[in-house]
Design a protein around this ligand. Structure first.
Ligand code: SF4
Length: 499
């Protein structure tokens, strides 16, 4: 059996993934999304640009999938002492019938003693990420380990070329982690890959979103009503819950917060929130997060006041679209709601080409400044952070940015502070859909809009741009819907408090 650099990479993100990649029914995998394809293309482009200065690159020639032949061709190049080897194949023996295989982006020749002569090689991998993520470093350590087995000497380090910098991997730190990972995967009695069943499913949006097994894993989690579908139950906290016998949403909904806090060794406010969340999902209805509602029942207070979600004659709903690959903000969408006339007007301040980012920024400032007292609702901190950044970059156009940001209201924060909802995530899509809102384009999302903007720049086809504008307007409308829902939900609490 092969154990490869790709398997190690995915193992670090999810133990179940490495099992499914090895033994799962591939017909159950999701097709790659446009965004995934784009990332793969961007990554290949980035690799080409980074490796250009190393030309000429020598690449071993072998029949596709004939790894043995690839390893022999690579070793012959190493023996010949070529300066740089592109995508060489390195193989060594692992435990029992396992063989380790890796494919570093390049191997670069260095002076020094080895089995090859008075030179040896150092491995480099190219990654599109900005930071040296642990999985990158683990794979780099794997490269160094197999290379040491092949050439008879350890490279002093393994290198990562990242988006903006080059980074040396600390092998003293990562080789022991590598050993742990290999043991966990390959242990003859209880390794991930030697077991007959995959590791338990655990849906974590940040980790699973780009995984081709998401559809399959999600339906399994759904069928089990798995606790990982409950916001707040993290991968770290889940084993502790299982250990004390809480394995279902119902059990968590009925738990006692003081006792649970004691058993989990966390603050009571944490367990209160988890229990409220479980109650919301179990009953299918919204649960207010009343302060002291479980510990001091006579002292219930609703955490939001009218000032937290101001309702005024004019309200603005704001959403940005960005292209992180181009370091670009290409759309400021603003929905102007006039509560007196009942009118709603959407403004799309768009950079049709990347060099129009600055113009779109000043158009945005002019628009929001023309409603100097209107609250500006947005979802999550990104909009506020971006406004601050663009002001630093291009200037404030005479607008007081501190005052402007003082008008911003993060409706996501208001919701999570005030209420537990029967949703799997507090992302805008999940919240607004639960409240009955639907996007006109069912498949639209932030990642897809990045692809559409790229398509618009490449083809000039306005359909792409118009689809983005429609999606952005719907995001603003959804934010408006969430705000409206929250105000309606809060009304009875405000009325009872004012009595
Ligand atoms: S969807 Fe999530 S749980 Fe399933 S294999 Fe992928 S990362 Fe792991």
């Amino acid at each position: 059996m092969w154990f490869t650099d790709h398997m190690l990479f995915h193992y670090h993100r999810c133990r179940r993934r490495v099992y499914l990649d090895s033994y799962g029914d591939t017909t159950l995998k999701d097709p790659p999304s446009d965004y995934f394809v784009k990332l793969r293309e961007d990554s290949a482009e980035h690799r080409q640009a980074i490796l250009a200065p190393f030309a000429p690159l020598h690449q071993p020639i072998y029949e596709k999938y004939d790894w043995e032949a690839g390893a022999i061709a690579t070793y012959q190049m190493m023996q010949a002492g070529v300066e740089t080897i592109y995508r060489g194949i390195l193989i060594t023996e692992g435990p029992s019938n396992v063989r380790y295989r890796t494919e570093p982006d390049i191997l670069v020749k260095q002076p020094g003693e080895s089995w090859l002569g008075d030179w040896y090689y150092v491995p480099y991998n190219v990654k599109l990420g900005k930071k040296p993520k642990p999985e990158y470093q683990l794979v780099a350590a794997f490269n160094a380990y197999i290379l040491a087995e092949v050439q008879g000497v350890w490279p002093e380090t393994a290198w990562l070329f990242l988006k903006e910098k080059q980074c040396a991997v600390n092998l003293e730190r990562y080789v022991p982690k590598l050993q742990e990972a290999l043991d966990d995967c390959l242990d003859i009695n209880d390794g991930v890959l030697t077991n007959s069943e995959p590791p338990e499913v655990f849906i974590s949006r940040s980790r699973c979103d780009m995984c081709p097994w998401l559809g399959y894993c999600y339906s399994e989690a759904k069928a089990q009503n798995h606790l990982s579908l409950l916001p707040g139950v993290t991968k770290k906290r889940y084993p502790d819950l299982v250990e004390i016998g809480i394995t279902t949403v119902e059990a968590l909904a009925k738990a006692q917060p003081t006792q649970l806090a004691y058993l989990l060794a966390v603050e009571q406010r944490v367990t209160e929130k988890m229990i409220f969340q479980a109650q919301a999902n179990w009953t299918g209805s919204a649960v207010p997060l009343l302060r002291g509602s479980t510990s001091a029942r006579n002292n219930n207070t609703f955490p939001l006041t009218l000032d937290h979600v101001p309702t005024t004659d004019i309200e603005l709903y704001f959403d940005i679209e960005a292209a992180p690959d181009k370091d670009l903000i290409y759309l400021h969408g603003v929905l102007v709601v006039n509560n007196q006339t009942g009118s709603e007007t959407f403004h799309a301040l768009v950079a049709e080409t990347p060099d129009q980012e600055e113009t779109a920024w000043f158009e945005f400032l002019a628009l929001v400044n023309s409603y100097p007292h209107a609250p500006i609702y947005h979802f999550c901190p990104y909009e506020a952070q971006t406004v601050r950044r663009l002001a630093d970059l291009y200037g404030n156009g005479g607008v007081n940015i501190d005052y402007l940001l003082g008008r911003f209201v993060d409706i996501h924060k208001r919701v999570v502070d005030a209420v537990a909802l029967p949703v799997e995530s507090y992302a805008l899509k999940h919240l607004a859909r639960w409240m009955g809102f639907e996007w006109r384009d069912e498949d639209a999302n932030g990642a897809q809009s990045i692809c559409w903007y790229g398509d618009w720049l490449r083809t000039g086809d306005r359909t792409y741009l118009n689809t983005i504008l429609r999606y952005n307007e719907d995001d603003c409308q959804a934010t408006y819907r969430v705000k409206d829902w929250l105000v309606n939900f809060a009304q009875p609490f405000w009325q009872s408090e004012s009595l």
